[in-house]
Design a protein around this ligand. Structure first.
Ligand code: KIV
Length: 272
């Protein structure tokens, strides 16, 4: 059985801020249950994300839109049971933060009933007031920018964001506005690597990337993608780390090593 490192201290926002200052990359993986949480933590993953991607990889839905608060609370509670030192972040599901009051109420449920230590919500500058109120209530926030999977129907598909100069500037401005509102961490999905590099330099808070190139402060992958077991098409920016490994633990170790050394994401996993 995997054992948490007896020497590893709890990972907190202070730890992540220090890692950014020291230019030490940290690793994030999605987790949906206690067994994966124990394994990932024992392997040194700093942040576990209970992603609403569970709608697709666990529930077999076509998008994350059908995922409910009850689903998120259930899986967050399962991961929390296996998580002792990693920072536990949970997604706020579709439409659960449509108003500021709803956001505070539902984020508090994820923390009190699920055991989350940080919530993640998708959106830009329009969420600044929501982020400010969450922050005032002592709720750590990760602001998810770039491709917003919960808006897939509005976007007309899963498309690269921030390609032209105006769109790139908008993402930069929105990230800075959310940082100013109190966001503790930002996450960008599916944007050009060059834009992610500019964001990392511009932000004081740590930036986690997925499909955003090597210059972010941290990387995240959907764990079923990095184990090559997601049914159907795997995003191009992902990588199957189980190839050439003889166990899930070895694959997660390979991922941690590749992120920390800067080897992942390589050119094949970047958007130009
Ligand atoms: O839900 C999820 O797994 C996510 C990642 C893709 C970042 O938000």
């Amino acid at each position: 059985m995997y054992q948490p490192s007896p020497t590893r201290k709890s990972i907190t926002l202070t730890t992540l801020a220090k890692m950014k200052r020291d230019r030490e990359k940290f690793t994030v993986l999605t987790a949906y249950d206690a067994s994966f949480a124990v394994l990932m933590e024992a392997t040194g993953v700093e942040v576990l994300l209970v992603g609403d991607s569970l709608g697709m990889v666990i529930q077999g839905q076509r998008t994350t839109v059908p995922v409910t608060m009850e689903d998120m609370i259930y899986h967050t509670r399962m991961v929390a049971r296996g998580c002792q030192t990693a920072l536990l972040m949970a997604d706020m599901p579709f439409a659960s933060y449509a108003t500021v009051d709803q956001a505070v109420y539902n984020a508090a449920r994820l923390m009190q009933e699920g055991g989350a230590q940080m919530v993640k919500l998708e959106g830009g500058g329009a969420l600044a007031e929501t982020v400010r109120q969450l922050s005032r209530n002592g709720i750590p926030v990760c602001a998810h920018l770039g491709l917003l999977p919960q808006s897939v129907h509005k976007l007309g598909g899963y498309k690269v964001q921030g390609r032209d100069a105006a769109a790139a500037q908008q993402i930069l401005d929105e990230a800075l506005a959310l940082q100013e509102a109190g966001a503790d961490v930002a996450l960008v999905e599916c944007i050009p690597a060059e834009l992610a590099g500019r964001l990392t330099a511009a932000l004081d808070i740590p930036l986690i990337g997925i499909g955003a190139g090597p210059d972010c402060d941290a990387q995240v992958l959907v764990c079923y993608d990095m184990l090559g077991i997601t049914p159907g098409r795997r995003p191009k920016f992902s990588k199957n780390f189980l190839t050439g490994c003889d166990s899930v633990q070895a694959a997660v170790e390979a991922y941690v090593r590749a992120v920390k050394s800067g080897e992942f994401p390589g050119p094949d996993h970047c958007i130009a």
